[in-house]
Design a protein around this ligand. Structure first.
Ligand code: GLC
Length: 436
């Protein structure tokens, strides 16, 4: 299928829809505040006051090999880490700023170790790079900046030059895409050109100089997949490479100008991207699994986020959520990797994914004894549960089947016979092997 700008295979991007499931990591100074990665914005903390997190940044237990192992065991195939988030703090030893991990008590480059560790586990590596920067002195204050309500904000903006900031971004992106080997994904976050606030305009492609930035990215890493938050026109020189719906399941697959587009939905375990100690809205096992299933059934990828603690660890809640994925993927990943939407319509309470002649019925709401599927009655060669490869029977669509269950003879309905007891699997999957 042609997606976005060209053929996946010829662009070296085919891995993406094959892999389906990745890990997002939000790690920065906000992990110390432990109350959302937007804490500086929310609490209007000045750069001077925010400095305490920089001065105390010391993730002494940081072991990216452990992160990478946990990602692989969860069934994740690629990873995207915040090299810089909105706070402006850089995890690598950038030549273009002092505001970086190497100048904190921790004293080391976190990004090099990250890249090596994830590659060693066989995962593809990506970076998130924030367009927004609440620390850089040339970044004009705007409606989401922590200093937005400062009485002298407009005055301060007179000496801030967004062109210098755009150049800083290009310099940093050059480092990120030159010094760390092959980078598979880059996420730029985000644009808000229409958000004016007290005479301070929002920011978009003219501020970031987005076309130039993407041109640079394409030159440095021709195969990289570029996120779509740069405010680029969809009919320009840089067609949308990756649509990025956030924290919701799209009702239908996103399109651009009526055409399919590569897409990836990103989600959190508990609402916050950065580590949030007191956040309690952690998704349960069924929600975690169903988010993945729903996404793949629509043809998208899932990038699921972990916010490590300021010690550099995944906390117990995050590990538990990752293990939920791991357990499920160990038995059911055949219905995810390389799978996508099906032309068949899933019955109520179920979703379909499909790969070739393997049609996967994800049973999200366990029924009593039967599931009826239109149009499939004579097309199935064999059916089994994925988790234990146990055979699943179906009623003969051409015989006089039990009229109590309302299946008319000869209507081509597939009626699966299921155990009364739901197997001990979140969202059990029936693999339907279709006739050729
Ligand atoms: C938003 C937020 C941000 C997070 C991102 C992930 O744009 O600003 O904190 O990194 O979404 O998609």
């Amino acid at each position: 299928m042609t997606i976005g700008g060209g053929m996946d295979a010829s662009e070296g991007k085919a891995w993406f829809t094959q892999d389906r499931f990745g890990m997002f990591i939000h790690f920065g100074l906000y992990a110390l505040a432990a109350r959302h990665e937007w804490v500086q914005h929310r609490e209007e903390i000045s750069p001077a006051d925010y400095r305490k997190y920089f001065e105390n940044f010391d993730p002494d237990l940081y072991d990216p090999r452990e992160w990478a192992r946990r990602a692989r065991e969860a069934g994740m195939k690629y990873v995207v880490l915040t090299a810089k988030h909105h706070e402006g703090f850089c995890l690598w030893d950038s030549k273009h700023t002092d505001y970086k991990a190497t100048n904190t008590p921790y004293g080391k480059d976190l990004l090099k170790a990250y890249v090596e560790a994830y590659r060693a586990e066989g995962l593809k590596v990506g970076f998130y790079y924030s367009l927004i920067d609440w620390h850089h002195p040339e970044f004009p204050i705007d409606g989401i900046h922590p200093l937005r309500n400062h009485p002298d904000a407009l005055e301060m903006n007179k000496s801030r030059d967004v062109r210098k900031y755009a150049e800083y971004m290009r310099n940093q992106v050059t480092e990120l895409l030159t010094d760390f080997g092959e980078i598979s994904v880059i996420w730029f976050d985000f644009s808000y050109p229409k958000r004016d606030y007290r005479g301070m305009p929002g920011k978009g492609r003219n501020d970031w100089e987005s076309e130039e930035l993407v041109g640079l990215v394409r030159k440095l890493q021709p195969n990289i997949i570029v996120g779509d938050r740069l405010d680029l026109p969809t009919d320009g020189n840089f067609p949308k490479d990756l649509a990025t719906p956030e924290q919701y399941t799209p009702r239908v697959a996103p399109t651009v100008n009526g055409k399919p587009v590569r897409w990836e939905v990103c989600h959190t375990f508990s609402g916050s991207w950065g580590y949030h100690r007191d956040e309690t809205t952690w998704k349960d096992a069924a929600q975690l699994i169903n988010i993945l299933v729903d996404t793949v059934s629509l043809g998208g990828n899932l990038l699921m986020n972990v916010g490590p603690t300021a010690r550099g660890t995944f906390d117990a809640r995050a590990n538990k959520a990752l293990e939920t994925y791991g357990e499920w993927m160990r038995l059911n990943s055949r219905s995810i990797y390389g799978a996508g939407p099906s032309e068949y319509v899933a019955p109520t309470g179920c979703k379909f994914t499909q790969r070739g002649n393997r049609l996967y019925l994800h049973i999200q709401t366990w029924p009593f004894r039967h599931i009826h599927i239109e149009g499939l009655g004579r097309k199935v060669k064999y059916a089994q549960f994925l988790h234990d490869a146990s055979e699943v029977h179906w009623l003969d669509p051409d015989a006089d089947v039990d009229s109590n269950i309302g299946v008319a003879v000869g209507n081509g309905m597939l009626t699966l016979e299921l155990p009364v007891l739901k197997p001990d699997v979140v969202s059990p999957v029936v693999e339907l092997i279709l006739k050729d």
